[in-house]
Design a protein around this ligand. Structure first.
Ligand code: NDP
Ligand code: OXD
Length: 316
């Protein structure tokens, strides 16, 4: 009998990575794998989840805390029959840093006309293009949470003007910030729009034709660019495609999609100024995730408050 509470793991991650990360992890806890045939989960106190099986909560009726395998919790909150327990999301420096790398990479890719030069290279064309500097552009970041604020900092280091938008107004040195009431003013300043929003009832379908039409036209890149690594459910993909086709948008970098994997038939794959990555902007490092969950359980068992508990009312 282990002294500490047992934990059930139901992560649809690559099994090899999970097994490797489990070596030496969760010392003193009994670790149960939800996908082990006939595993008895009846005593499990904690669950670590990503795309959990629907019967998990009937198999594990004594759970006290649900840990998310990722920073976003929309998937977990949408699970039918989710018990009314604290949901704790994954927040860690490694995940934050990788997201900022992706965001800065995409902003620089569009600034330095990466897709155009790649096309020219394939066609063996030697044609130098205009070279605006980062300081000539304003990047507007929607979502100023853990990921958004780090991206803002790093975009500024690269020289971009940065403005930010979030539900509650933020104070960030050298950055003009807006709350929900200031959305139009925020969009009117934005040449490169970065989405780092959670998917909630309020953000679903937010990136649509009406929003793209409010972005600044005629900036240093000519047309605005849309970058999204929050959740695909926040974008109306048909509107993204139409805006790219009719020139409201000049380019896009998309890591997330309404349906993943992105359908092989989607026109986005073939669009010249579109960069597609397969929901890979910032994956959870499994070993780091396990250490973070272990630390949270230690806090909980010592009677200390959990960190990064999701507000079930706002959905993030
Ligand atoms: P946080 O919860 O720390 O931040 C969320 C931000 O969004 C906050 O600033 C919040 O405002 C703002 N926000 C939420 N709802 C609204 C709204 N209705 N209107 C305006 N602003 C809103 O989340 P993280 O920064 O850690 O992560 C953001 C998202 O990134 C995750 O939910 C996930 O979906 C996605 N993600 C994607 C990954 C990928 O690889 N593509 C990897 C990891 C995460 P306020 O500050 O006022 O609360
Ligand atoms: C996350 C993700 O939410 O990988 O962590 O999308």
């Amino acid at each position: 009998m282990s002294a500490k509470g047992s934990i059930v793991i139901d992560l649809k991650f690559e099994r090899r990575q999970v097994d490797a990360a489990l070596v030496g992890a969760f010392k003193g806890h009994r670790v149960l794998m939800a996908d082990t045939a006939n595993a008895d989960l009846s005593d499990a106190r904690y669950a670590l989840l990503w795309k959990p099986d629907l019967d998990l909560f009937t198999r594990a009726p004594k759970l006290e805390i649900l840990f998310s395998g990722g920073a976003g919790v929309d998937g977990i909150l949408a699970v039918p029959g989710l018990p009314d327990l604290p949901v704790v999301r994954f927040v860690d420096e490694s995940l934050t840093v990788r997201m900022s790398e992706w965001v800065v990479l995409q902003a620089l890719t569009h600034l330095r006309q990466g897709p155009t030069y790649l096309k020219q290279q394939r066609e063996r064309v030697w044609n130098e293009r205009a070279q605006p500097e980062a300081k000539d552009l304003t990047v507007g970041v929607m979502g100023l949470g853990v990921l958004g604020q780090d991206s803002v900092r790093k975009l500024k280091i690269m020289g971009f003007n940065v403005v930010g938008w979030s539900r509650s107004k933020k104070q960030i040195d050298g950055v003009e910030t807006f709350d929900t009431g200031g959305l139009d003013a925020f969009l009117a300043k934005t040449d490169i729009l970065v989405g780092l929003l959670p998917l909630t009832d309020d953000t679903r379908g937010m990136f649509d034709a009406a929003l793209f039409a409010k972005l600044r036209q005629g900036g240093a890149l000519g047309k605005p660019v849309f970058i999204n690594a929050g959740r695909g459910g926040s974008q109306v993909e048909a509107d993204v495609i139409a805006a790219l086709e009719n020139g409201i948008l000049g380019g896009a970098s998309l890591d997330v999609f309404e349906r993943e994997p992105l359908d092989a038939e989607s026109p986005l794959w073939g669009m010249e100024n579109v960069v597609i990555t397969p929901h890979a902007a910032s994956a959870s490092d499994v070993s780091v995730l396990f250490r973070a969950v272990e630390a949270q359980i230690e806090r909980y068992e010592a009677g200390e408050p959990l960190r990064h508990v999701v507000d079930r009312a706002t959905g993030y």
